[in-house]
Write a protein that binds this ligand. Sequence first.
Ligand SMILES: [Zn+2]
Length: 429
Amino acid sequence: MLHEHIHHIGGYKGAVLGISWAIYGIKTYVDLRQLRRLQDPKVTLPVSIKGHISDDEYTKYQAYGKDRSRFGLVKGLFDQIVSTVTIVYDVLPKLWAYSGHVLAVAGLASAGELAQSVTFTSIALTSSTILGLGFAYYSTFVIEEKHGFNKQTKALFALDTIKSMVLTVVLSSPVIAAGIRVIEWGGKNFVLYAGAFVLATQVTFVILYPTVLSPIFNKFTPIEEGDLKTKIETLAKRVDFPVQSIYVVDGSKRSSHSNAYVTGLLGVNRIVIYDTLIEQMNHQEILAVVAHELGHWKNNHIFRSLLVSQAQILISFWSFSHFLHFQPLYSAFGFYSQPTVIGFMLFSYLYEPIDFLSTLSIYRVGRYHEFDADQFAKKLGYGEPLKSGLIKLGKKNLKNLNPDPVYSAFNIVHPPLAERLAAIGKSNI
Ligand SMILES: [Zn+2]
């Protein structure tokens, strides 16, 4: 059996496997660098954080980091094996045929490519969630639990998993169906139509996320009347943010990691603060974090990120247009027709190196935005409370205190704490 399959690997299949393992190799090398750094007793905290974090807290950070890092390595290997098996054993054409079979059993044999594509992606997405379930469980109930972050019950975990599986299928199906139609209608010019379609979808999600999607998982309570509310409103007014509502979200029912965000796109103007943030910080620090978030809004960071990703999407569609009707690619993976959704998946395999590089560039943009938002908060007079707030966040979240620089550039949007503190500490110019 195996011998027979190995025999067919060559050409595009071989190229895809080579690309996939090469990128896996790079990612693993970077992860191992981080693990080695966490294990190295000679690596100590950078000067800018040294006085603020005790040796005990630093030891906790290293222990948590090591557990997360080893977990990531095992999960990475597992995912890599799954995708290799998928390619080597022609799982995709089998799943495609199975989707047709499911439709036939349901009496929808004549439903066509669109229905088969939606069925196929629904089965694929659901199976990948199920395959990752053990890891999600281990991450929450073993690692997070061990380090005192987990607040989630098993019942809530199960409910979350079911909700997000249903939501994934419900939301992805119409998007995939519409996307395929747009590519068909667009014909030779589909690149521009598909780009516009993706933009419209992204904007829809930006609107739906705070108003519809997030409340499915969390409870949003308007902030109680009082000192903190007045202070946040005054701050919003100072920067001309037309705040409609300030919510406190019950992040604490899942985890003690804390956060805050501001949504200010297309008329949804809200400030959202995690209840954990309110527990962990004083008013000045909360205001400093909100000022940072308002900085993202004021300087159009979301809009700019959308522009960057839009440019990348157009480039990828343009590249895809060269493969959409390229039968040798389909044949290499065991397909004798050219379903659009399959074409896009196969193309994505080949495109992985470029996609990998674009992700790195998105991280770079993200980091620039973080420094920019920190400066914004500083100019409003929140430099010092922002620093102490960030240190508290760093301690509480045990993340990003002293990462390997290569690892940090490859994996984290937020610049390391020490770099942020140093940047806020510099003179006002
Ligand atoms: Zn930020």
